[in-house]
Design a protein around this ligand. Structure first.
Ligand SMILES: Nc1ncnc2c1ncn2[C@@H]1O[C@H](COP(=O)(O)OP(=O)(O)OP(=O)(O)O)[C@@H](O)[C@H]1O
Length: 241
């Protein structure tokens, strides 16, 4: 590698992360010493059989849950060990969520749904509206601002949800089965959009998916099997360019 190439620290660093769930006397180990770096601007697909721990890992990266062991650092900030309140504040600033079933609020228009995360930022209303409008323009929905979710197709609802996820300019975007409820054409639109967010705008997108077509669109892929990453060395940390 030429010396002039600058190496950046990874945007997400997962070191020796383990997680178990306890149900009565039973302990179910879900993640085993996961070590993984995710580079800024990557579009990563996390695949693996049902129950392999994909959503659990995604939720840990997104600060929705805490590991039992190991460390997770996102954008240079270690999130393991933060209190519930600190995590909630961190998530609002740094994580954009994209869910399988969109999770839009039915009584709010597309514009109001996208504006919602900005209410926590203290931006004046006019600027909030402008940001929400440009996020909807980014997902090609500028002609649907005043539509309610029930008046949008599944693909349009997911694109609205993507606009809501990017409107705060978060450090990472996390998507759990974002195409799981869409027909093939709408799924392709949504995947193209996420790929474009990574390639053109440098967003880091981490996507859990069962769909090989979705994974093919991503720029890199990791596979979990029974809580173990199978296609990456568990110890070697990669370098991000
Ligand atoms: N809150 C919980 N309490 C107890 N067990 C849980 C909890 N959440 C997940 N599990 C268990 O952890 C394991 C991994 O679940 P997880 O949802 O991470 O898998 P997944 O790979 O995302 O599966 P799928 O593809 O089916 O969504 C499963 O065996 C599940 O039953």
């Amino acid at each position: 590698m030429p010396e002039s190439v600058v190496k950046h620290p990874p945007i997400v660093r997962i070191e020796g992360v383990g997680k178990a769930y306890r149900r009565g006397k039973q302990t179910i180990r879900v993640l085993e010493k996961i070590t993984l770096d995710i580079c800024e601007g990557d579009f990563l697909a996390l695949m693996g059989p049902s129950g392999s721990g994909k959503s659990t890992l995604l939720n840990l990266i997104a600060g929705l849950d805490q590991p039992d062991e190991g460390r997770i650092t996102v954008g240079g900030m270690e999130i393991t060990g933060l209190s519930e309140t600190e995590l909630a504040r961190w998530r609002a600033l740094h994580v954009g969520f994209i869910f399988q079933f969109y999770n839009l609020i039915p009584v709010l228009t597309a514009l109001e749904n996208v504006e919602l995360p900005l209410l926590l930022t203290g931006l004046p209303r006019k600027e909030r509206r402008e940001h929400a409008r440009s996020a909807l323009r980014l997902v090609n929905l500028e002609d649907r601002l005043d539509h309610y979710p029930g008046e949008l197709s599944g693909g349009q609802q997911q694109r609205t949800a993507i606009a809501r996820a990017v409107v705060t300019d978060p450090t990472i975007l996390v998507a759990d089965e974002p195409t799981g409820d869409l027909d093939r054409a709408s799924a392709d639109d949504v995947l193209r959009l996420m790929e474009q967010l990574a390639r053109e705008l440098g967003k880091t997108v981490i996507m859990v998916t069962h769909d090989p077509r979705a994974a093919k669109r991503a720029h890199s892929m990791k596979v979990l099997d029974k809580g173990v990453l199978t296609d990456a060395p568990q110890t070697a940390l990669s370098e991000c360019l």
